[in-house]
Design a protein around this ligand. Structure first.
Ligand code: ZN
Ligand code: ZN
Length: 186
């Protein structure tokens, strides 16, 4: 979680993401707070269930509580916002994926389908899921493949070519680059 914390703070420090930080600030201020301006784990749990009913991560608030005192700071809250901005929810166990995920290339290529179909390593490697397609790639392998096509191919096209699908991938490019931010790899 330490690495994600760092990636989250870098993300919200970027100028273009300041509006997102302001939205997060407003959202944080709607939660019941203690005198010290902290939010209880319980309040965040409830907020999570209401705001993201698609996610069934049961211990996320506890994981976000950096010092384990049962209260969350705004910085802890930003990690939560960052995860839901940048990471998928596993299509099978419905937990938010923190680092490695496997995405279905057929669903990925079909832009009319949002969100994409992604799996956490446990569900993917344990073959616990049932899905009509069977071509998956993990986020790190995808980044690695971006290096392979010739240099003069535009970045978006590189991503599309390298994963074997016709994706014009500006938005995706952002996510892929993020996966390589310092610290999100362990
Ligand atoms: Zn899963
Ligand atoms: Zn699929």
């Amino acid at each position: 979680m330490e690495d994600i914390r760092l990636a989250a703070s870098l993300f919200f420090e970027q100028k273009q993401n300041l509006p997102l930080k302001n939205i997060a600030q407003t959202e944080f201020s709607t939660l019941t707070q203690t005198k010290r301006g902290l939010v209880t784990k319980k309040a965040l749990d409830e907020h999570l269930r209401q705001r993201h009913p698609e996610c069934l991560s049961s211990d996320l608030a506890a994981e976000l509580d950096a010092n384990g005192d049962g209260y969350l700071t705004f910085e802890d809250f930003l990690v939560y916002r960052y995860l839901f901005q940048m990471r998928p929810v596993c299509g099978h166990c419905k937990a938010i994926v923190k680092l490695v995920f496997y995405t279905c290339l057929d669903c990925f290529a079909d832009k009319s389908k949002r969100p994409t179909y992604d799996l956490c390593p446990k569900c993917y490697l344990g073959k616990k899921f049932s899905h009509p397609h069977n071509l998956f790639v993990n986020n790190y392998a995808m980044v690695d493949n971006v290096r392979k096509p010739p240099k003069d191919v535009p970045f978006g096209a590189k991503v599309g070519t390298s994963v074997g699908v016709g994706v014009g991938a500006n938005a995706l490019g952002k996510e892929i680059i993020d996966a390589f931010l310092p610290g999100s790899g362990s």
